[in-house]
Design a protein around this ligand. Structure first.
Ligand SMILES: *Cc1c(COP(=O)(O)O)cnc(C)c1O
Length: 212
């Protein structure tokens, strides 16, 4: 665990300052998360609302650095979980439908940062907006007063050679420029270096930090 944190920090050293490292803690226990926080992790990513709420409540009691931490929802968000999600998350990376966006907007009493999830590879199993509907979708999002559109998020296909993810990351960057936003949430344990080379500003890393 410690070794992996160190490795991740070293990798982070290679990452420019404007890249936020999100430690994705799904399936990871409180002790390990605590250790990661002690090592300087400030951004936590979860993909299930219930699991996130439970950890949020435990960590709030345990950790003095808690108030400066940010919680990121990186997984698919169901509309019936929105009420709970808005209580703990600072950033939603997975806005993938108008219905979800409107539900979030309705339940928020403050502005939250959001990313539009784009299905850049066109895989049937992936959530996300299709590139050709993105402009219209982003205009709709911008009319919702409680959502602050930060940028675009994608999950590249799982391929053995991360270099093969490069065209997907590059395509997302071009889309981001087209809709005029600042940030890109892309890159996971196996492909984050490529993602950063292609302009990622938020990398979401789980196994590279926490795998024993
Ligand atoms: C699990 C997960 C990650 C982290 O994946 P690793 O390969 O473990 O780094 C990133 N993004 C999302 C959406 C995830 O669900």
């Amino acid at each position: 665990m410690r070794r992996c944190i160190k490795e991740a920090s070293e990798r982070r050293g290679r990452i420019a300052n404007d890249v936020t490292l999100i430690a994705v803690t799904k399936g990871v226990g409180i002790n390990e998360i605590n250790e990661a926080i002690a090592c300087g992790i400030t951004d936590i990513g979860e993909n299930k609302v219930q699991e996130a709420v439970a950890k949020y409540n435990q960590l709030r009691i345990l950790h003095s650095a808690f108030r400066t931490m940010k919680w990121h929802m990186v997984g698919h968000l169901q509309r019936n979980k929105v009420k709970d999600a808005v209580k703990i998350f600072d950033v939603i990376h997975s806005v993938d439908s108008i219905e979800l966006a409107e539900e979030l907007n309705k339940h928020l009493d403050r502005k939250v940062d959001i990313f539009i999830q784009v299905n850049i590879s066109g895989e049937a199993t992936k959530f996300g907006i299709k590139p050709d509907g993105l402009l219209e979708f982003s205009e709709h999002i911008r009319r919702l007063e409680n959502l602050n559109l930060k940028g675009l998020m994608t999950i590249a296909p799982l391929i053995a050679n991360p270099q093969q993810s490069r065209p997907y990351f590059r395509a997302l960057r071009l889309l981001k420029d087209k809709i005029n936003c600042a940030d890109l949430s892309m890159g996971m344990s196996n492909d984050f270096e490529i993602a950063v080379e292609e302009g990622s500003t938020y990398v979401r890393i789980g196994t590279a930090i926490f795998k024993k």
